[in-house]
Write a protein that binds this ligand. Sequence first.
Ligand code: ACM
Ligand code: ZN
Length: 516
Amino acid sequence: MAEITLFPQPRQLERKTGNFTINRHTRIFAEDAALGEMLAAYLRPATGFDLPAHPLDDNIAADARNAILLVRSDAVLGAEHYALNVESGRVIITASHGGGFLHGMQTLRQLLSPQILSDETVADAAWTLPCVHINDAPAFGWRGLHLDVCRHMFPLAFIKKFIDMLAFYKFNIFHWHLTEDQGWRIEIKKYPRLTEVGAQRAETVVARTWDQYDGVPHGGFYTQDEVREVVAYAAERGITVMPEIELPGHAVAALTAYPELGCVGEGYEVRRTWGIAEDIFCAGKDEVFTFLKDVLSEVLELFPSKYIHIGGDEAPKSRWEACPACQERINAEGLADEHELQSWFIRQIEAWLNERGRNLVGWDEILEGGLAPNATVMSWRGSDGGIAAANAGHDVIMTPNTYCYLDYYQSEDTDSEPWAIPAILPLKQVWQYEVVPKQITADKRHHILGGQGNIWTEYMPHADHVEYMVFPRAIAIADVLWHHPEQRDYDALVARLRRHLPALDIMGVNYRPLDD
Ligand code: ACM
Ligand code: ZN
């Protein structure tokens, strides 16, 4: 029997004898017409079959042959849990929620020849599934990939392809990093200058020299209609889009558009270089909070996500130290210093979000000066912030740079890799990612919601370069977050990836080849 290779690996897989072959007479039966159509749409391009999706009723379910049935059952626990039974006469995907059915469909796609992933009809292919019984559910409820579209802007078509890849590997969160020093990328109707001014930078530093610029303006943004399109596209594929609107730091593009929101109040320019900016939103001026709440009001309209990421990282305090309005705020609120002012700032935003039924997520710097009461911490500077937050009873998403930063070099031999940030994270190390650090006490482990890979794009001007950095490392992250293997045999991972990579070739993904 041919080896079965699935990413992520299912929790339970039992191989049976026999096969099921999809042909042009195969019928799909589903209670939920949209899910039936989703499966038909996945199978249509490569097979050329326009498989009809029929409503499901119990009589049919009992007798159908040459059929794929999507059967809802409350006996399947967990919104993402599914069972997939391939028998010689029919295929049954059982789940209690849409998310489970979608995962079952991805597994079904991966069980077929990788040619099924082609967007053009493949003549003479055999669409044969091995008979299996799979019972599967994720180890972690938060399985994300982040993408920075600010350092470089990527076309909507790539955002959709990225979401397709997330769905293929059973991620369920797309963390969309939309605002930065180097560009503001989301249309906000009430503040048009955010995109008229803040979405463009004059040119970009040439990373290899640091003292030359490319002389090429760079910019762009997503309209609210495009954002809605992305959110809907993701939702159809079982993925929640969590927006990130950075505050109080990483705000220079916004300050360039509206200089009165900074402490100094003038002299800003959408940044042409990388690194951390001294200029951040003023914490003393009330109009800053009016602005941020107005912006977030539009963001909440666009994104149903319960979690809203507000950044919080890398906010130097030099401007606040020198700003009369910020110092006045420290006095008026009885704060000890600028770190407590940062905490106060975040708490204002958290209270406002919580009143609207949303949860605040921030990078681990939001621990500075005291964590906002209900905040979820995204631990990126290693695991310490996540450990402290979980042990203090806060929810945590573990994205330690030491395992999850996909902008780092993939090999020690950096000269043979495209230019990247000076840090190294080979696939082998990603595969060692332990989502729950052992310093978290047993009674606090449930606070670790899961993890994600982060993709900062300073050195990735084009989508194919992003793909090179993301794959195959993100596949290892998906595998860890889904089935959390106790044993991490790297050679076994590489052998599985070698069998799997033709799938990426067919999907037109520019992955980094495995080392020989
Ligand atoms: C980060 O990487 N600055 C969160
Ligand atoms: Zn100020």
